[in-house]
Ligand binder design. Structure first.
Ligand code: MN
Length: 399
C-alpha cells in the first residue's frame, strides 16, 4: 500500500491487447449480411467487455487495441463528515472500513492502493449557521482532495461520511475531468433546495447545489461562494429511489432527470436498468462516471446501520450487479460510499453487516467477481514427484 502520492510519480498506463479471431463467416442473415462469430482473447487481465464497446471493436474489423487508463489504481480518501445530518456516528465509518481491512482487500484484488488519509475537519458547535458553514468548508476540502486524487491518475474511492460530501466529491471530479456523469444510487433523491428541504440537512440537498438548472432556486450563501454548478439534469441517473419529497418529485419530473425507482427495478430487472443507464449516459463514447452510492439504497434488512433507512430497498445481488457493471464499463473514475453509521441499526452485528456490505460494493466496483477469482499464472499444487513414474508426471501436467 502506498501512502499519499509521490510528486511526479508516473502512474502506469495499461494497454490491454485484444485478439479477435473470426471463427466463422458462413451464415448469412436475412438482410444478406454475413454473421460473424468471434472469439475474443484479452491480455493483461480478465474483463468482460462492455456490450457496446465490444460491438465497436468488432466493427473495426478486429484491428482494435483497447487502450485505457489503468483501472487498477485507486486513491482512498476518508471523509469523516457528519454535519450534513444530525445523527452521530457516521463520521466513524472511514476508520471502521480501514480497520475492517478494506485497503488490504483492495490490494488483494490486484489494485495499487494509494492512501490519501482521512481529511480533518474543524469541530464547531452545532447551530444552524455554524453547521452550514462547517459543512461548506468541509466539502470544499473534499473537492480539492478528490480533484487531486483523480489528477494523480487514480480512481478516487471516497469513504463517507454523510452524503453532503458528494457536493465536494462531484465538484472535485468535475475540476479534474470534463463533464463527468453521475450515477446516484440512493433511496432518496437528495435534490431538495435549501428552501424546500423539510429538515434543513445538507445531506438531502447536494444535487440541487450542483445542478445548472436549479441555480435560480438556490439562495446565495457566502459559505458556498467557491462552488459553481457543474452538472446538467442530463448528466444524472438515479437508481433505487423510493422516498422522494414532493419538491424533489417536482424537480425530477419537470427538469427531466432520469431515474429508476425500486418499482422500475421490479419491472425491468437490474440488468436492463444498468444497460439503459450506461446507454443514456454514454450513447456514443465513454465519459468518466462518478458513482455516489448511499448505503440506504439497500434494504434495511441487509444494511441496517444507516441514518434514514427505507423499507423495500435493493437486494445485495442488485447492489453487487450495479457495482460490477460499473467496473465492467471501464469508465468509473470516482465513487463515494456514504451514510454507513456504525452506531445505528438494531440487533447485534448490525454495524458489521452494513460495513461488510459497503466494503463489497467498493470491492465490486474495483473488479471483485462473485464467481470467484484467481491470479494470472495460477498453478494447482502437484503431489511430490519422486515416487512417480516420469510418464505419470507428464500426463498430470496442466494444459
Ligand atoms: Mn443520500
Amino acid at each position: 500500500m502506498q501512502s499519499g502520492p509521490s510528486p511526479g510519480r508516473k502512474v502506469p498506463n495499461v494497454t490491454l491487447g485484444l485478439r479477435i479471431d473470426f471463427v466463422g463467416a458462413s451464415q448469412v442473415l436475412t438482410d444478406g449480411s454475413p454473421r460473424l462469430s468471434v472469439s475474443v482473447e484479452m491480455f493483461g487481465g480478465t474483463m468482460s467487455a462492455h456490450r457496446r464497446g465490444l460491438s465497436q471493436v468488432i466493427r473495426t474489423g478486429g484491428r482494435a487495441v483497447l487502450s485505457r487508463r489503468s483501472r487498477n489504481s485507486a486513491g482512498v480518501l476518508g471523509v469523516p463528515l457528519s454535519k450534513g445530518q444530525t445523527k452521530a456516528g457516521v463520521e466513524l465509518t472511514p476508520s471502521a472500513l480501514r480497520k475492517a481491512g478494506l485497503l488490504i482487500k483492495m490490494e488483494q484484488l490486484g489494485c495499487s492502493v494509494f492512501d490519501y488519509g482521512d481529511l480533518a475537519f474543524q469541530d464547531v458547535p452545532q447551530t444552524d449557521w455554524n453547521t452550514s458553514w462547517s459543512v461548506a468548508c468541509a466539502v470544499h476540502q473534499v473537492a480539492k482532495a478528490v480533484c487531486r486524487v483523480i489528477r494523480d491518475g487514480h480512481t478516487c474511492v471516497t469513504l463517507g461520511g454523510d452524503h453532503s460530501l458528494a457536493l465536494g466529491s462531484v465538484y472535485g471530479h468535475s475540476m479534474a475531468q470534463q463533464n463527468p456523469a453521475v450515477i446516484w444510487v440512493d433511496a432518496h433523491a437528495d435534490i431538495n433546495t435549501p428552501l424546500t428541504s423539510p429538515t434543513g440537512n445538507l445531506h438531502g440537498q447536494p444535487l440541487a447545489f450542483l445542478l445548472h438548472e436549479l441555480q435560480d432556486k438556490i439562495p446565495s450563501l457566502s459559505e458556498f461562494s467557491w462552488l459553481s454548478p457543474c452538472l446538467s439534469a442530463r448528466d444524472i441517473v438515479y437508481i433505487g429511489l423510493r422516498d422522494v419529497d414532493p419538491a424533489e418529485h417536482f424537480i425530477l419530473k419537470n427538469y427531466g432527470l432520469r431515474y429508476f425507482s425500486t418499482r422500475d427495478i421490479d419491472e425491468l430487472g437490474i440488468r436492463k436498468v444498468m444497460e439503459m443507464t450506461l446507454e443514456y449516459l454514454m450513447p456514443h463514447s465513454k465519459r468518466s462516471i462518478h458513482l455516489s452510492f448511499d448505503i440506504d439504497a439497500f434494504d434495511p434488512s441487509v444494511a441496517p446501520a444507516t441514518g434514514t433507512p427505507v423499507p423495500g430497498g435493493l437486494t445485495v445481488r442488485e447492489g453487487m450487479y450495479i457495482a460490477e457493471e460499473l467496473h465492467n464499463s471501464g469508465a468509473l473514475s470516482a465513487l463515494d460510499l456514504v451514510e454507513v453509521n456504525p452506531r445505528l441499526g438494531s440487533g447485534p452485528g448490525a454495524a458489521d453487516v452494513t460495513l461488510n456490505l459497503a466494503m463489497d460494493v467498493i470491492l465490486s466496483c474495483l473488479g471483485k467477481m462473485r464467481e470467484g477469482m484467481h491470479t494470472k499464472g495460477y498453478r494447482l499444487p502437484m503431489p511430490p514427484t519422486e515416487k512417480r513414474e516420469e510418464g505419470e508426471v507428464q500426463a498430470s501436467r496442466e494444459v
